[in-house]
Design a protein around this ligand. Sequence first.
Ligand SMILES: *Cc1c(COP(=O)(O)O)cnc(C)c1O
Length: 393
Amino acid sequence: MTKPPIPQESLDTIAVWGGEDGPAFEGATQVPVVHSVAFGYADVDEWQAVALGRSRGHIYSRNTNPTVAAFERKVMVLEHAEAATSFATGMAAISNTLFALLAPGDRVVSIKDSYGGTSKLFTEFLPRIDVQATLCDTDDHDAIERAVAAGCAMLYLETPTNPTLKVVDIARLSAAAHRAGSLVVVDNTFATPINQNPLALGADLVVHSATKFLGGHADALGGVLCGPAELVRRVYHYREITGAALHPASAYLLLRGLKTLHLRIRQQNASAQRIAEYLSRHPKVGAVFYPGLPGHPHHAVAARQMRGFGGVLSFMLAGGFGEVRAFLPRLRRAHRAANLGSVETVVGPPATTSHVENTAAERAALGIPEGLVRYSVGIEDPDDLIADLAQAL
Ligand SMILES: *Cc1c(COP(=O)(O)O)cnc(C)c1O
């Protein structure tokens, strides 16, 4: 299989200009933050035409808003999608997508390594509406194919995964799902559209926590869904009624962050690779999880479907959780915090970050060691980050 095609105009150019072609306000070159809750019409016929979707325009900001629409269009063109809709958070994007597209009696197939909040939807909330989820071992593609072939309405994937950076083969599993008549949804938060376009690999829908790399500055929450107009419209309709709309002020911050997405991701890819190589040679480090390392079990799949290996890695300290507790406070150039994908380096153990929703027993069952450290590489000079890790280790 060849690498996903690069669109005619580079993603670098699309990140800067894409989606910002709505009507300009008094010649402003930047998308304005429109805080208005509602949009007024002197002419009732025109108002009705917009309300019925026959004319372009906005009615009420829970449904659509000009600033929010510009953010949606920019992610849409970065993912080469036909349509996009946005949400207050990444979890709102994921939960609205699942609840809008699944019905009682449906079955979902997914992986054990999904984001902690997503796993909770599968194990706690979807069963309440009689949607059962089969969570397969992330490494076992044969088992995922068998589970899909047994019949399902949706295959839900995330790659690379959080926090052990496993990679699943989107093209292979999408083909298997389509043979079984199932939809394929991929959480592309860790890769971003700069490194990976799931729709070009065969997925039907792609979701993001925009809170992470898309915004990139850890100052705005958001989520987005991209895909074919008909599917996106169904999820949009659900969100319109249930109300988890993105705030225009957040949409503005996310839009501004997106303009430098390609520069940040390029730096974070390169720095994470160097840091992963450094850590894998360090005697105090037990194992390093990063798909860019040739020894990573899914390196070949990652090299085939990704243009870069991303800015997040994780590693085990030989001394276990006691060592993690002593090590983290010694880092000078990392926030000890629950987010990732920011311009600053962010570090934390799964127990307080990705899998805070799970108990220690659940984390053990998911194969997430308590001695693990997740390290989200920022845009600092990688030599400074390596020096910081060296003194802390
Ligand atoms: C953070 C994250 C989410 C949830 O996003 P929020 O914006 O925090 O709701 C979902 N998936 C992945 C992979 C994430 O890292």
